[in-house]
Design a protein around this ligand. Structure first.
Ligand code: TYC
Length: 121
């Protein structure tokens, strides 16, 4: 075949290609796979209340580890203090787990019982 004709992409006035159910099915699978890898599942990092961890320390954690501003960090801390638990942030799994481990390590270093967990959104 003439290589120039072969390279010509279909234009707006060209007939659509004949329907091929096999090809159509394949495209569906491809679309699903692409959607899956482009939107990985998200995970909440949850902080739990306790009676001993100082409020200021929780605010610091929310600012440093979860990149909250001072006022958002204070609000989230108070919500956890009053409600028993709260969401510090939502991330892909690897990031959520790293942040949770960081929180546990920082709390242990200070001897505070602060608990942190990861939950699928
Ligand atoms: N309840 C703690 C206090 O009164 C403060 C606190 C808030 C602890 C949030 C943990 O995740 C927490 N000092």
């Amino acid at each position: 075949m003439d290589p120039w004709l072969a390279a010509d992409p279909p234009g707006p006035n060209d007939d659509p290609p004949p329907f091929d159910p096999g090809k159509e099915r394949h495209r569906e699978v491809e679309t699903k796979e692409r959607a899956k890898s482009a939107r990985p599942p998200r995970f909440k990092v949850i902080l739990y209340n306790d009676d001993y961890t100082p409020m200021e320390f929780v605010v610091q954690i929310l600012e440093k580890v979860f990149r909250k501003g001072p006022s958002a960090a204070t609000q989230i801390m108070l919500q956890i203090h009053r409600g028993g638990m709260g969401i510090a942030g939502v991330y892909v799994l690897e990031i959520a787990e790293t942040k949770s481990t960081t929180v546990q390590r920082m709390a242990e270093e200070k001897g505070y019982p602060l608990r942190c967990g990861v939950e699928k959104e």
